[in-house]
Design a protein around this ligand. Structure first.
Ligand code: NAD
Length: 478
């Protein structure tokens, strides 16, 4: 898509939504546009009293919201329509604070609206395990109460919606806290949705990491739905345990792709490239390392480097841009440090390898070889536009190396022989293994990680179940 709409200098100041009201805070913080390093806008810094007010509003709203399933469905349908009408405006805000190309931002907001619309029609689970002349045993699924949603900066709208839609349909109420790097689009999202919802059902507060900690330790929060890094996820799990709050943790990944020796490197290179570099590599389940059979190594590296070198990197508001900047200065510094460390370890840089010499947090798409599995660019989650490729001798060797990590989010196998690809997929420790693709998420499958990549699942009926607890009614007829 191209756009000729003039780009605003910054988005209008945003307010928090608490108990159905638009609320300012005593102070605000600057949100940086990663493409310009200027200010994208300002976000309220939520006070402790305002956070309490948000949780109290959610707790009050729960008493009625939980009772009427049809009213919830009507409200969510209406909210989806309101969001649909705001796609263009919200996408610009998203690009300005996150950096992604406007076409991708538009796609993200549209996908969120579609998810809300579809979720409004989902069936809530209900089971009868005995129903005869003497007794009836029902398993009714009920909401938890107040859910705290904490989100990262890579897909602020879509990840927020993956929590909001199922949690609200299930009858919970919510306080959501977006990342301090990308609060503006979530503030705008919730304001939009709130016009269709009773006061207090969906509240948004903005602030730094400490606000996330306050929210996740709040005594009136019964469930925490957290998406972010493994270290923060562990902190959330620790504090949740002290109050036995339920948690869903969607954490980081270091997804391997294993290429088998029957593929044509030229055919798979573009798809493999985008599986790693979409959103400038800032996707939990992007391909983060590729294992390639020795005989295909040189042609595949050359083919992927060729794709990478032709990519147009720039401001997401420029319609020609294919990849935007890295979202924030801290993450840019991390990517630079990982690439410099790889160079020290003898890495060969086939294309990229440097920050672009212009304003903005731009890093050239980078293809790396010549590093072992123990070098940080391979062993850790880089979360940026840098991809290491590693040769292997046998598929067994590739599998051992792919699994030698605490991460276990996604993985992929690339091969023509379906049965062989399927049997290799079976050996990988990951929540999802794709074959001849990567990143494809669907409501027809749960999305979650094994090992340190998370606890619980999002998406489809499994994502809905994450916001419901089982309640047994065991009735004996007298
Ligand atoms: P992060 O862990 O730094 O922050 C995530 C959120 O947690 C932010 O809102 C932050 O303010 C908040 N937070 C920070 N400290 C907290 C604390 N002590 N208690 C409660 N909340 C706290 O992550 P990030 O840098 O924003 O996001 C990138 C990470 O997210 C990557 O590791 C990526 O793989 C992961 N991620 C995972 C998924 C998934 O579905 N598995 C999806 C997207 C991103």
């Amino acid at each position: 898509m191209t756009t000729s709409a003039p780009a605003p200098e910054s988005v209008a100041a945003r307010t928090m939504t608490i108990d159905g009201q638009q609320i300012e805070a005593a102070s605000t913080t600057s949100v940086i546009n990663p493409a310009t390093e200027g200010e994208a806008g300002r976000a309220p810094a939520c006070s402790a009293a305002q956070l309490d007010a948000a949780v109290a509003a959610a707790k009050r709203a729960f008493t009625t919201w939980k009772r009427d399933e049809e009213a919830r469905r009507r409200a969510l349908r209406h909210a989806a329509e309101l969001l649909q009408a705001r796609v263009g405006q919200l996408a610009v805000t998203l690009t300005m604070e996150q950096g992604k190309p406007l076409t991708h931002a538009t796609g993200e907001v549209m996908a969120a609206a579609a998810q809300l619309k579809a979720t409004a029609e989902m069936k809530l689970p209900y089971e009868t395990t005995r129903d005869d002349a003497k007794a009836k045993i029902e398993i009714v699924y009920r909401p938890y109460g107040v859910v705290a949603a904490i989100t990262p900066w890579n897909f602020p709208i879509l990840i927020a919606m993956s929590k909001i839609a199922p949690a609200l349909l299930a009858g919970n109420t919510m306080v959501i806290k977006p990342s301090p790097f990308t609060p503006l689009s979530t503030l705008e999202l919730v304001e939009t949705l709130s016009h269709a919802l009773p006061p207090g059902v969906l509240n948004v507060v903005s602030g730094d990491n400490a606000l996330g900690a306050q929210l996740s330790t709040h005594p009136d929060v019964r469930k925490i739905s957290f998406t972010g890094s493994v270290p923060t996820g562990m902190k959330v799990a620790e504090v949740a345990a002290r109050d036995l709050k339920r948690t869903t943790l969607e954490l980081g990944g270091n997804d391997p792709a294993i290429v088998l020796d029957d593929v044509d490197p030229l055919v798979i290179a573009p798809n493999l490239f985008w599986s790693a570099f979409m959103n400038s590599g800032q996707i939990c389940t992007a391909v983060k390392r590729i294992y390639v059979p020795e005989k295909l190594f040189e042609p595949l590296v050359a083919a992927i480097a060729n794709v990478a070198s032709q990519i147009k990197v720039g401001d997401g508001l420029d319609p020609n841009t294919q990849l935007g900047p890295i979202n924030n200065a801290m993450q840019l510094e991390r990517v630079i440090a990982l690439v410099e460390d790889a160079k020290k370890h003898g890495a060969k840089i086939h294309t990229g390898g440097e920050r672009l010499p212009r304003k903005g947090y731009f890093f050239a798409p980078t293809i790396i070889t010549g590093v072992g599995d123990d070098v940080a660019i391979v062993a850790e989650e880089q979360f940026g536009p840098v991809l290491p490729l590693l040769p292997y001798k046998t598929v067994d060797d590739a599998l051992v190396r792919a699994n030698a990590t605490q991460y276990g989010l996604g993985a992929s196998v690339w091969g023509k022989d379906r049965d062989r690809a399927r049997s290799v997929a079976q050996e990988i420790d990951a929540g999802t293994v794709w074959i001849n693709q990567h990143l494809a998420l669907t409501p027809n499958a749960p999305f979650g990680g094994c090992k340190h990549s998370g606890i619980g699942e999002a998406s489809g009926r499994w994502g809905l179940a994450a916001y419901l607890q089982k309640h047994v009614v065991n009735q004996r007829f007298v």
